[in-house]
Design a protein around this ligand. Structure first.
Ligand code: AKG
Ligand code: FE2
Length: 295
């Protein structure tokens, strides 16, 4: 008899059943120890055509929203800058995005990290063209200050939509165990040329799910191979600590008269009505709160 069979801790017992059913025990251990795991397509409970449908839906959405032509992903000469626009909020573009968001293996691991009350926060694509530079080491747990690292507050569950076979694909890379630091990277830690932290590449077949504790430091490498890398990024979060009301709609006269009121109402990044029109000047201060409890 296993502990789950006693059914005295339903929030965990249900997860244990799914971990067993989908053979995820090793992935849960990797999430705890390293802060990142990669589940191969054959464990993802997906049909054979799933990743092709997902990849095509991303390409179609990007072409439609940005008025561009991408063509065959294996040979496309698309520049990343042309594809990085209007990439959020995909759920209603194609039902394959819903399938991706509620995939049972995905949700078992999301709920392992964030509890049964985890909520879907957003989906975006990454389309990375040949020659595109990498990005610096960072955490995705924006707004979570040091001191709160015992649990995951958000996670990134990314569907790999083209094979990542090596550095030439321009993959994501991770600092194993960095979720235990419980803080965001400082500016001098992020540069991949001289960071003292050791990192590992995400090597995975198309159709894999790479899922990480949002606090796990990661970056990406320059892509040197022809064609484009395609990824569907999915963010999930715990539900707590949102302001009860959006006071940003307070009358401008009042805010002008009382600057302290304007400051304390704050300019939170989340939630935004339409992330395609998000105020990106809010990103840097929000990320900085991850580096110091007084920031
Ligand atoms: O793989 C990449 O290009 C970067 C991914 C990343 O930082 C993210 O999805 O949060
Ligand atoms: Fe990230």
């Amino acid at each position: 008899m296993s502990l789950a069979d006693y059914q005295v801790y339903p929030d965990v017992d249900n997860l244990m059943a799914e971990i067993k059913q989908y053979d995820l025990a090793e992935h849960v251990v990797e999430l705890e120890a390293y802060g990142i795991t990669v589940v191969p397509p054959e464990k993802m409970q997906i049909s054979d055509d799933f990743v092709e449908r997902l990849r095509n839906a991303i390409i179609r959405a990007c072409e439609k929203r940005n008025g561009i032509e991408i063509g065959d992903y294996r040979t496309s000469k698309l520049a990343s800058a042309d594809a990085f626009k209007n990439s959020w909020d995909l759920l209603e573009e194609d039902e394959v995005f819903v399938e991706a968001a509620i995939n049972p293996v995905n949700l078992a691991l999301v709920r392992w990290l964030l509890g049964q009350s985890a909520v879907f926060s957003g989906q975006t694509w990454i389309i990375k063209g040949s020659g595109a530079e990498g990005i610096a080491l960072h955490s995705d747990s924006h707004g979570i200050p040091p001191g709160a690292g015992q649990i995951a507050h958000m996670c990134n569950a990314s569907w790999v939509c083209t094979d990542y076979a090596g550095a030439e694909d321009g993959p994501t890379v991770f600092v194993p165990g960095s979720h235990h630091y419980g803080r965001a990277t400082l500016p001098h830690e992020g540069d991949m040329e001289n960071t003292p932290y050791k990192f590992v590449p995400l090597i995975a077949k198309a159709g894999s799910l790479a899922i990480w504790n949002g606090a796990t430091w990661h970056a990406s490498e320059k892509r040197t191979k022809p064609g484009i890398r395609i990824t569907l990024v999915q963010n999930y979060m715990r539900t707590y600590m949102r302001a009860q009301r959006n006071y940003e709609t307070t009358s401008p006269q009042l805010l002008e008269k009382y600057p302290e009121l304007e400051r304390v109402i704050g300019k939170s990044l989340y939630p935004y009505e339409d992330s395609r029109n998000a105020d990106y000047s809010r990103v840097a201060p929000f990320m900085r709160t991850g580096t110091d409890p007084f920031a």
